[in-house]
Design a protein around this ligand. Structure first.
Ligand code: ACM
Length: 713
């Protein structure tokens, strides 16, 4: 990685400026609601009331700058929509920007800024327009509200990213996502200072970019769903205007079915081939021994090198299973004659040819960690999807790398899990020089189970937690505080254009038809708010239909990846059961009321709605399960409230109900409240032991008893 001269210089000046800034202890909560948390914040006390629009005077190195002016206009519009009051006095902001920066952002551009919120005005300073745009996003997250109305806390902020590569992968191949989906997600990326859009453009299931040299590629490989080059240019310009680079991925030599639909002669076994509709790892792989493969790639990649201004081109390289190569005697003979050793050696040979082609156009290759073999050109970048060890190994060997493992948002895991995955964890064995090869990371929104209507809710708000991991200092790791801010930034993301909140009603309409006034709609909303799609890759095992052509309009699509209601309930259960000293009986009573309400919702959905609406039939086991689990939880809570152990018969009934509620169901969803309800039942069963256990032992006993009743999947 080249030295980061301007960035390093700025950090030095930050260090000098920051005398008097309290160093932030990692586990402390952030004083503001901003996400990602800035590198340094000093809240100076006092407030600047917000009573009107933003009035911004912006200067980029003394000259007008169209990109900055456009960013200011967007910011002022969002501010006005949220905070505008007719006639109120404006909030004065002056922006001092030392240089316009490159119109097309690049990897090591200085992104730093400082923000001074004073009693009469705000001053935003940045070395480049990129930093000024980040500062504007921070400013938009600063307003807070209390009884006296909106205000800005007076504060000094010094900010710069921890990592220069903070990406989001969007897979448009497996399921098509048109241009408007990409544009609105670019707006959301800018809110949380993500700066790389990685577009996964080709895979077995679709060839999604127009080639003018080989139009047969998209003509036969895409069902007509692809970005034209004009559309792609406008996506790139839209991204650049928001400080975001666009890195295209053409996944080769495996994951290549959509290439060989039009060019079966370039596959490693005879065709014919059709676009793959299913999910998985497939055999079609380009033939690296055929010069015609390189002729086509030369044309295509040359064209793409011009279309995409970024230095980096991702060539995929993952999950090449070698089946077609092993079964082809000519290919095996080639491996022997060239002394390539085996299929892995052939893959490295292929990468070398592709790298040389791209290097002639001034590009560096990025590839998934499978491309890391001896002989890989030193300028290559490793995108590590299989683990942080692969990333560390690449860095030790002198390769730049980014981390995707831990950031797969398609797995439907909670934000906290992604949040704690770190490209360079504390205690990493990498030297400082090696660690500098770790450029950052990327959230990965793989496309099997997301369509244009649901993709926003699978990316946001959880990806904001990943954005914080990649931007904020390593010590910012308090998951509870992250969640406090996540729900606030979620509304800001929606305000900027993401549809993760607004599309919830759209998904409900798919279930019950157009009319959201039907009796029981409140119960349905409650039920949907308490379920999550199954985790990992289990959805494909549970649903009868799993391919590209099936619409994503079911219960699992209406459910959110992480139930906010369940998470809050879980926190309340924790406080009620494990507060210092004794069980909090008032809190337990409040929880019992909540469970009673959810039980009623489950019964109403199961009894009234599932029989009436065909699309809700698959919800029946889940709704019945919710009612059963909540009933068991209420019963257990009454014992906890009274401090008396639940009797053996009632305990057995509760546990049977929980086991029933946890069974896999055809809607491929799970009840998000099972964990805390299991804790409550376990606590009820252990009441007799509570008085003689320490708080720590009590928590451990209850957790162990609850875990013992959880299913193993
Ligand atoms: C991958 O998930 N196969 C990169």
């Amino acid at each position: 990685m080249p030295p980061r001269t301007s960035f390093a210089t700025f950090l030095c000046s930050l260090a000098a400026l920051s005398a008097g800034f309290a160093p932030r202890a990692g586990a402390q909560s952030q004083p503001l609601e901003v996400m990602p948390a800035p590198a340094e914040v000093r809240v100076t006390g006092g407030r600047l009331p917000v009573a009107g629009r933003l009035e911004v005077s912006a200067r980029a190195a003394g000259a007008a700058d169209a990109r900055l002016d456009a960013a200011v206009a967007r910011a002022a519009g969002r501010w006005q929509a949220r905070l505008g009051q007719p006639g109120g006095s404006p909030v004065l902001v002056s922006i001092e920007c030392n240089s316009p920066g490159a119109a097309v952002p690049s990897l090591l551009e200085d992104e730093s800024y400082s923000l001074e919120v004073g009693a009469s005005r705000v001053v935003l300073r940045a070395p480049t327009v990129l930093g000024a745009m980040h500062g504007l996003e921070t400013l938009l997250q600063l307003p807070q509200r209390d009884r006296d109305g909106w205000f800005l806390p007076l504060a000094s902020i010094r900010d710069a990213p921890r990592f220069p590569w903070r990406g989001l992968l969007i897979d448009v191949s497996r399921r098509w996502k048109p241009q408007e989906v990409i544009l609105r997600n670019l707006d959301a990326m800018a809110v949380v200072k993500l700066n790389v859009l990685h577009l996964h453009l080709t895979d077995d299931q679709g060839f999604r970019i127009e080639s003018t040299t080989h139009p047969e590629l998209q003509a036969k490989g895409s069902d007509g769903a692809f970005f034209t080059q004009a559309q792609m240019r406008s996506i790139i310009a839209y991204a650049a205007a928001r400080g975001i680079r666009v890195v295209p991925e053409f996944d080769i030599p495996g994951h290549a079915t959509s290439w060989v639909v039009s060019h079966p002669e370039l596959a490693s076994q005879p065709g014919p081939y059709g676009i793959e509709r299913q999910w998985g790892i497939f055999n079609p792989v380009l033939d690296p021994t055929n010069e015609a493969t390189y002729a086509l790639l030369g044309d295509f990649l040359g064209e793409m090198a011009t279309l995409f201004p970024d230095t980096f081109v991702h060539i995929g390289g993952d999950e090449n299973n070698g089946v077609q190569w092993s079964a082809n005697p000519a290919i095996q003979a080639f491996i022997r004659e060239r002394g390539l050793g085996d299929n892995a050696g052939l893959h490295t040979y292929f990468n070398g040819r592709v790298e040389a082609t791209l290097a002639r156009g001034g590009k560096r290759i990025v590839g998934w960690d499978e491309i890391l073999h001896p002989g890989l050109p030193a300028s290559s970048v490793i995108d590590s999807w299989r683990g942080s060890e692969a990333l560390a190994s690449a860095a030790e060997q002198g390769y730049d790398g980014i981390l995707a493992n831990g950031y797969y948002v398609d797995l439907m895991h909670p934000a906290a899990e992604h949040y704690l995955a770190d490209p360079v964890p504390a205690g990493s064995a990498l030297t400082q020089a090696q660690a500098r090869h770790v450029l950052g990371g990327e959230a990965a929104m793989w496309g099997e189970w997301v369509g244009p209507e649901t993709i926003d809710s699978r990316i946001w708000p959880r990806t904001a937690a990943i954005a914080e991991r990649l931007w904020s200092p390593q010590g910012v790791r308090d998951a509870a505080d992250m969640y406090r801010r996540l729900w606030i930034v979620s509304a800001r993301l929606d305000e900027a254009g993401a549809l993760h909140l607004r599309n919830r009603d759209l998904m409900l309409r798919h279930l019950v038809g157009e009319n959201l006034q039907i009796p029981g709609i409140g119960a349905l909303r409650t039920f949907i708010s308490l379920i999550e799609p199954v985790k990992g890759y289990r959805r494909g095992e549970l649903q009868v239909w799993q391919n590209q052509l099936v619409p994503l309009v079911g219960i699992a699509d209406a459910a959110q990846p992480e139930s906010e209601a369940a998470r809050r309930f879980s926190e309340s259960v924790d406080r009620a059961l494990f507060g210092a000293g004794a069980v909090d009986r008032a809190a337990a009573a409040a929880l019992a009321a909540r469970l009673a309400e959810w039980q009623a919702a489950g019964e109403e959905v199961a009894g009234s709605l599932c029989p009436a609406y065909p699309a809700l039939r698959e919800a029946l086991p889940g709704a019945q399960g919710l009612a059963l689990a909540c009933k068991a939880g209420s019963q257990a809570l009454r014992c906890v409230e009274a401090g008396t152990p639940i009797d053996a018969g009632a305990l057995a009934d509760c546990q049977a109900a929980l086991a029933q509620a946890a069974l896999p169901n055809g809607s491929a969803t799970e009840l998000a409240v099972m964990g805390p309800v299991r804790l409550v039942v376990a606590a009820a069963s252990l009441q007799a032991d509570r008085p003689r256990l320490s708080d720590a032992d009590w928590r451990a006993r209850v957790a162990a008893a609850a875990a013992a009743t959880a299913p193993s999947h």
